[in-house]
Design a protein around this ligand. Structure first.
Ligand code: 13P
Length: 248
């Protein structure tokens, strides 16, 4: 039985004051549901949010991490640093990191392993770009990303990983993949996981859809057979919109 998981990715938005305001409001709106929820915030806001959301059931996640425990890596943040302040989840391989910051399939795999070793739950993002979809290569691209991300990860650890399918052409564009397109790719991801592991393991892994999810389309997306959750960008910045999505 997979528990639905709806998360907000704030990207590089919200100052400390804005994060505090969001948390205060969101806590009054969130009454606990059967859906797991979390907010992925910029590094400076994480400690504030883990404190604000303590005991509420609302999780807090980082948007990136380095795979080494410590070292001379100026500007980077490690798994133990995140763990110490109560961070529960971490995004890995978001398309914006792949596109603008040199994230590769190899670093995605190293980061997932470091997070699992440090007891933080990875949410790994995969997705094709417009050209790849137009060429009909989307399933090949995404299953390749999945195989690379899960390389040398054992069954017991694999089930701790959430996959977020985010077609690059649907991120921040207002263009949502049709629920059928999203469902088809989530099915393909599950088949790839079944190939890598077995049916039982693949059936346990939560797969989210991300890309222009909003209150108006959340329930249609969440009602698709293979889609277990959503990774929400823009609409997660507004507590009223985000709660509507969580309560789809
Ligand atoms: P939008 O919901 O703004 O399209 O962003 C999706 C996303 O990238 C979430 O990680």
């Amino acid at each position: 039985m997979r528990i639905p998981f709806i998360a907000g990715n704030w990207k590089m938005y919200k100052t400390m004051a804005e994060a505090r305001e969001f948390a205060a409001k969101f806590k009054t709106l969130y009454h606990g549901t059967d859906v797991k929820t979390a907010v992925f915030a910029p590094f400076p806001q994480l400690a504030l949010l883990t404190k604000q959301f303590e005991g509420t059931g609302i999780g807090v996640g980082a948007q990136n991490v380095h795979f080494e425990k410590e070292g001379a890596f100026t500007g980077e943040v490690s798994v133990p640093m995140l763990k110490e302040i109560g961070v529960e989840y971490c995004l890995v391989g978001h398309s914006e990191r792949r596109q603008y910051f040199g994230e590769t399939d190899e670093t995605v795999n190293l980061k997932i392993k470091a997070l699992l070793a440090g007891d933080i739950l990875p949410v790994v993002c995969v997705g094709e770009n417009l050209q790849e979809r137009e060429e009909g290569a989307e399933e090949k691209i995404v299953s390749g990303q999945i195989k690379a991300a899960f390389k040398d990860i054992c069954h017991e650890d694999a089930v701790k990983i959430t996959v977020a399918y985010e077609p690059v052409w649907a991120i921040g564009t207002g263009k949502t993949a049709t629920p059928e397109q999203a469902n088809q790719m989530c099915f393909c991801i599950r088949m790839t996981l079944k190939e890598l592991y077995d049916e039982e393991t693949a059936d346990k892994i939560v797969i989210q859809y991300g890309g222009s999810v909003k209150p108006e389309n959340a329930s249609e997306i969440m009602n698709m057979e293979e889609i277990d959750g959503a990774l929400v960008g823009g609409a997660s910045l507004d507590p009223l919109k985000f709660i509507e999505i969580v309560n789809f």
